[in-house]
Structure formats: structure tokens, C-alpha cells
Design a binder for this molecule. Structure first.
Ligand SMILES: Cc1cc2nc3c(=O)[nH]c(=O)nc-3n(C[C@H](O)[C@H](O)[C@H](O)COP(=O)(O)OP(=O)(O)OC[C@H]3O[C@@H](n4cnc5c(N)ncnc54)[C@H](O)[C@@H]3O)c2cc1C
Length: 391
């Protein structure tokens, strides 16, 4: 089968590449392994669909760490304002939370996705679902389809295959084999925005499911403020996720359970609460420490010092031992994949002319907070724009 433009992968980056190619007048065939499109995008909607972050460009770019210089032109072409404009154009009213995070009022992805797919269909997009890219033969991309094996020979291709987490939604990373077979070097996949495995004592069991609120998390030179949930497996949650790059390396984790107070202020409040009441009452009255925070304090620093200054030091920097980050498949996103060094400025593979890459399959990582979807949309648009000029 011959086609003009082939996109493999129907997540947000592939759909954005499709939109850009269609706008440039190209004819587009989009193939997707799963029975329906954008399953991970819909899953992102289950936690509210944080589309982007309303933030100054420098601060926004800094969230991508070492990859920031590579992503800068793409984010300049399609940044937070553009994402909001695009979503509004698809009929979504948006709101910005107190931290700058931007969500659709609907707090889910399905209305946006429905409107987007309707628009793409009206623009002439051809979609084949249940088409699983299984490898390449010279000049062709091979697919397992419900009707048997099909080979597609396109003029230009955009790969938008996602990362390697939440495999049941389609992003299984199996594509890495096909790129390695084509001689493309890849950075190993690693969990990003991942929870931690912690072996708790039996005392913690009654706190499973309880959120640790208003905590600051520290590992190496990374600090993050937010929430995490104590679970049977360990600790997980948005406050912890920005630390994943350091925690993957085994950096010690410490928690500040009273981040709005200095150590001296904590000590002073403990002293003023007096020695006549139980420690639990002192911690609750003096510092409003919730039962789960107190349990964590006992779990990780028992026996607690009686001296107010020493106890304040523990509360401000509680070491939490952990056994490692949770497995890749559970992570919100994936680091590793196609390195920028393997791509030219238009996101075309240097060693595979006519094949462009976009989205989470590229080797970048960022914390949650809208940075993931924004970069997926920006790289999808960029790859689509440059693919449109090819062939
Ligand atoms: C629980 C959860 C919550 C999240 N919440 C947010 C959030 O609020 N904000 C945010 O910014 N990000 C969020 N994310 C991350 C975001 O959803 C992803 O970064 C984004 O979907 C990646 O887009 P993508 O198009 O690059 O890849 P994907 O969305 O993974 O799409 C890739 C597509 O390629 C298909 N594919 C893979 N291999 C093949 C093959 N061999 N043949 C054919 N098709 C194939 C897959 O089936 C899939 O549909 C969340 C992720 C999870 C898991």
C-alpha cells in the first residue's frame, strides 16, 4: 500500500502531527495499535487533565532540565499560551489553578478528544486502528492488522509511539526493537514521575491511602512541595515525582513535615506546648501534624528525641529509607528513548531520512504539571511541520 504521509501512534503527539500535516495540505494515514485512539490521554483526563502551566517561558523551559535547549524552539513555536488557545478552539473552557496549572473545566479529556477527532476527520484524516507496527522491510512499514499483514510505503513518516509505561494503554515501548534493528541508538527507558517502594512496618498499615499534605520533599539538590499518599507499596504522588531523577540514582530522601516554619520556630512551638501532654497531642496541637505524618515520624525516626531542638531537627529533615523507584510500567511517564543527537533540527532521524519522531518517545523528561502534554503537542507539531516539507 502506498501513501503520502504515515503517522504511527494515535496519542496527542501523533494527532498534533496529523493536524499540522493536514493543514499543510498533505494526505495523512494514521495507524494505531489499540482499538481506539489516545488511551493514555484519556487516562490523563482521569486525574483532571493538566494541559499546561501558565508560567514565564524561562521557568517553563527549565522544567525540562538538560533537554531544555533541544525543546526550546518547539516550545517557542507551541508553548503554554498556544496550548490554551488550541484547547479553547476545540470548545474547551479552561481554568488556571493557584499554582498556574491549566485544566479544562470539564476536568477530563473525552470532550476535547471527541472535538479534536471530529475536526481531524473533517480535515480528511484516515485512521486505521488495531494496526500494530511490527517492523520494517526495505521502503515499507509492516503492520499486523485484523485483516492480516499489511505493508505501507509512505513518502514521509512520523513516529509518535509514546513511552514505555502503562503498557495496557498501548505505550509498551516495543517499538524500541524496530528502531534498534534499523541502527538507531536509543537511551534506555527509565521511570519518570514514579512512586517509591518502601517496606513499611505493620504500624503503617492503618495509614495506607492517607495523603501526606503540605510536605516538602528533598533529594540531592531537588526540592518539591506537595502531596504524596502512603500505600502498601510505598509512597506516591505529585509532590514526590519531581525528585524521580535523583531517587533513580538512589539519593537519600528526606521530608520536611513543617515546611512553613523554620527549625527554630518548630522547636519554640514544641517547647511552648509543654511536656505535660502526650507527644501525639504536642505534635498535633503545636504543628497540626496529621496522624499519617506522626506515624511516618515514628516509623522513620523512632525513638524520637525528647529534646525540642533535636525533635525539631528531625521534623524538618526526616530521612525516609526506600527500596527503589516503582517499576517502569507504573510510572506516569518515561525517560529515555530516541536521543536528540539521533535527530536533526526538524526531528528527523539522521540515519533514517524521511522518518520523524515526536512526543514521549523522545529522550526528555519533565515533572507532572502540564509539562508532559505541552512538550508532546509541541514536538508533534514541530515534527509535522518539518515532515510536511519533506518528499
Ligand atoms: C495516569 C496518567 C496521568 C497523566 N496525567 C497527565 C497530565 O495531567 N498532564 C500531562 O501533561 N501529562 C499527563 N500524563 C502523561 C501524558 O498522558 C503522556 O505524556 C502523553 O499521553 C504522551 O503522548 P504521546 O502521544 O507521545 O504518547 P502516547 O499518548 O503514549 O501515545 C502513543 C500511541 O502509540 C501507540 N503505539 C505504540 N506502539 C505502537 C505500535 N507498534 N504500532 C501502532 N501504534 C503503537 C499507542 O497505542 C499509543 O496510542 C499522564 C499519564 C498517565 C499515565
Amino acid at each position: 500500500m502506498i501513501c503520502d504521509t504515515l503517522i504511527i501512534g494515535g496519542g496527542p503527539s501523533g494527532l498534533m502531527a496529523a493536524e499540522t500535516l493536514l493543514a499543510a495540505g498533505r494526505s495523512v494515514l494514521l495507524t494505531e495499535a489499540k482499538p481506539s485512539l489516545a488511551r493514555k490521554f484519556l487516562m490523563a483526563g482521569k486525574s483532571g487533565l493538566n494541559l499546561t502551566k501558565s508560567e514565564a517561558p524561562d521557568a517553563f523551559g527549565a522544567a525540562y532540565g538538560d533537554s531544555a535547549p533541544h525543546l526550546a524552539p518547539m516550545l517557542a513555536g507551541f508553548g503554554p499560551q498556544d496550548v490554551q488557545h488550541w484547547a479553547s478552539g476545540l470548545g474547551q473552557t479552561l481554568f488556571t489553578g493557584s499554582t498556574g496549572r491549566v485544566f479544562p473545566d470539564a476536568m477530563k479529556a473525552s470532550p476535547l478528544l471527541r472535538a479534536w477527532l471530529e475536526r481531524l476527520t473533517a480535515q480528511g484524516l484516515s485512521v486505521r486502528t488495531r494496526w500494530h507496527w511490527s517492523g520494517t522491510t526495505p521502503g515499507a512499514f509492516d503492520f499486523d492488522t485484523p485483516d492480516g499483514a499489511v505493508s505501507v510505503s509512505p513518502k514521509v513518516t512520523v513516529l509518535a509511539l509514546g513511552g514505555a509505561s502503562w503498557a495496557r494503554l498501548g505505550s509498551d515501548g516495543v517499538w524500541a526493537r524496530h528502531l534498534l534493528a534499523a541502527g538507531i541508538p536509543l537511551a534506555p527507558f527509565q521511570p519518570a514521575n514514579a512512586g517509591l517502594t518502601v517496606t513499611w512496618s505493620a504500624h503503617m498499615a492503618r495509614h495506607f491511602g492517607a495523603p501526606l499534605k503540605n510536605v516538602a520533599f528533598h533529594a540531592a539538590d531537588i526540592a518539591s512541595r506537595g502531596e504524596a499518599v502512603v500505600s502498601a507499596r510505598g509512597l506516591e504522588g505529585g509532590g514526590l515525582y519531581p525528585l524521580t531523577p535523583a531517587l533513580r540514582q538512589g539519593a537519600p530522601l528526606s521530608l520536611d513535615l513543617a515546611p512553613d516554619l523554620t527549625q527554630a520556630q518548630v522547636a519554640d512551638r514544641l517547647l511552648r506546648a509543654g511536656a505535660r501532654q502526650s507527644l501525639a497531642n504536642t505534635l498535633r496541637k503545636a504543628l497540626s501534624l496529621a496522624p499519617v505524618a506522626q506515624a511516618l515520624l515514628q516509623e522513620c525516626a523512632r525513638p524520637l528525641p525528647r529534646d525540642a531542638a533535636a525533635l525539631a531537627a528531625v521534623i524538618k529533615a526526616l530521612p525516609v529509607p526506600y527500596d527503589g523507584v516503582r517499576p517502569l510500567n507504573e510510572a506516569i511517564s518515561t525517560a529515555g528513548g530516541v536521543p536528540f543527537a539521533a535527530l536533526d533540527d526538524g526531528l528527523m532521524l539522521r540515519d533514517w531520512p524521511g522518518v520523524f519522531c515526536a512526543g514521549e518517545m523522545l529522550d526528555w523528561e519533565a515533572p507532572t504539571g502540564g509539562y508532559l502534554l505541552t512538550a508532546c503537542l509541541a514536538t508533534g507539531r514541530w515534527a509535522g511541520k518539518h515532515a510536511a516539507l519533506y518528499g
